[in-house]
Design a protein around this ligand. Structure first.
Ligand code: ATP
Ligand code: MG
Length: 397
């Protein structure tokens, strides 16, 4: 058993000592069996939330209505969730109500995929009721139970299926595949935020060709924001040389493959996907810089305006697209940049107003922009006197 599980052992043991069952469940067990690094372990138990709260000194109610209590122990936190079933899905997404149960099998039955539906006890023994271990060995993505029913209950599971295909390089089992074909349209009932999480994980997957093959062949893509006519674009998107490293790279590369050029159009697309404002800004900037780089080199202006980080990201995107790229140029430019922000300019509005004895106005903003540009282009040194002389000479002041 790896470190994360060992660390959580006291949590399991405390629950068991009180006469309840407790297991490691979910992604951590799957990843451990695959020999992958495990970050946070999830624990499932037959104890009800109130019972868990009585067993530990420090707990936080993070989702008590769903049966989840966070246990704080020796500087670590663990999510402990009561075995539950989910009943009467009426709108193809989250259940109307959850019912706590005492049976592990009942809990595992409501999980999405067989490879996510086994449990591990404190000795490392696996409880597997749905053939998850075998599917893991055979590299198969299979819904727990009847795929059609399961996707009807919660349509997001279809996105999760292709997402795991992309991360693990597994194949969609035939019934699961056809159930997605039949139910793909139900994705329209799912909150875009939830779809986005799975889409981005799929796009950053090591085996994204495989994941996107399922995503496209089942026509799931048609029910994602702005992708109705994106079949060709997605076919090109998966040709990246290596796994994509960040979410903003995902969006910039997707916008590029979609043939979108206008920044306004790009932003509208990203808004449909419900990205945060910051991520919209970063992704749209990265996309614009990427388009610019198809024709021009990086310069003081690009590195200054977009920051070194984003400029390097643009080079990474070019690399992923198998186009000429130059990260060293960005490093060199940044190292020699006369200023990195307006604040570093050896002049400001106050100084200019003092020197000219004029009140502020539109002219002042224009003067500052001109100064900034001239310094960046190294036409003049970043020096108050030199900047003032330049502004006078060019009739800005
Ligand atoms: P990751 O490593 O990306 O976190 P994960 O499998 O742990 O993958 P989570 O979203 O953290 O994914 O979910 C934890 C577990 O909860 C899953 O392994 C699965 O058993 C169950 N689960 C998550 N989402 C669903 C769903 N939509 N329907 C059914 N079970 C789900
Ligand atoms: Mg997880």
């Amino acid at each position: 058993m790896t470190g994360e599980f060992k660390k959580a052992l006291p949590v399991l043991e405390t629950i068991q000592a009180a006469g309840f069952e407790a297991y490691y469940v979910g992604g951590s067990v799957r990843d451990a069996l695959l020999g992958k690094a495990v970050n946070d372990v999830d624990i499932a138990t037959s104890a009800f939330p109130e019972e868990i709260k009585q067993l530990f000194k420090k707990t936080v109610d993070v989702g008590i209505e769903h049966g989840t209590v966070m246990v704080l122990l020796e500087g670590e936190s663990y999510e402990v969730t009561t075995f539950r079933t989910e009943s009467t899905y009426q709108d193809f997404r989250r259940p109307d109500s959850v019912t706590f149960v005492r049976s592990l099998k009942e809990d595992l039955k409501r999980r999405d995929l067989t490879i996510n539906a086994f449990a591990m006890d404190q000795t490392g023994e696996i409880q597997d009721f749905f053939g998850g271990e075998q599917d893991l060995d055979n590299q198969v993505i299979r819904a727990v139970g009847k795929a059609e029913e399961r996707f009807n209950e919660d349509a997001l599971r279809m996105m999760r299926a292709v997402r795991f295909a992309s991360q693990l390089g597994f194949n969609l089992e035939a019934d699961t595949f056809y159930a997605i074909v039949v139910n793909a349209h139900l994705l329209e009932n799912i909150a875009v935020e939830r779809i986005r999480v799975e889409f981005v994980k799929m796009a950053m997957g090591r085996y994204l060709r495989q994941g996107f093959a399922g995503f496209v062949e089942t026509r799931l893509y048609m029910y994602c924001p702005g992708l109705l006519h994106a079949k060709e674009a997605l076919r090109d998107f998966v040709k990246v040389k290596e796994p994509i490293q960040s979410e903003r790279q995902v969006w910039a590369l997707l916008l590029y493959q979609l043939g979108i050029q206008e920044e306004k159009e790009a932003r509208a697309f990203l808004k449909h996907w419900k990205l945060s404002n910051q991520l919209v800004n970063e992704s749209a900037d990265l996309h614009q810089l990427l388009l610019y780089r198809l024709h021009y080199s990086q310069s003081n202006e690009t590195v200054y305006r977009y920051t070194k980080e984003l400029a390097l990201d643009a080079e990474t995107c070019l690399y992923l697209l198998d186009l000429p790229y130059d990260k060293e140029a960005v490093e060199t430019i940044d190292a020699h940049l006369p200023i990195h922000s307006r604040k570093e300019l050896d002049i400001n509005g106050k100084i200019i107003m003092e020197k000219t004895s004029q009140r502020g106005g539109k002219w002042l903003g224009q003067a500052l922009i001109a100064a900034e540009r001239a310094v960046l282009k190294t036409e003049i040194p970043n020096d108050t006197e030199a900047i003032l002389a330049y502004l006078k000479q060019n009739d800005y002041i």
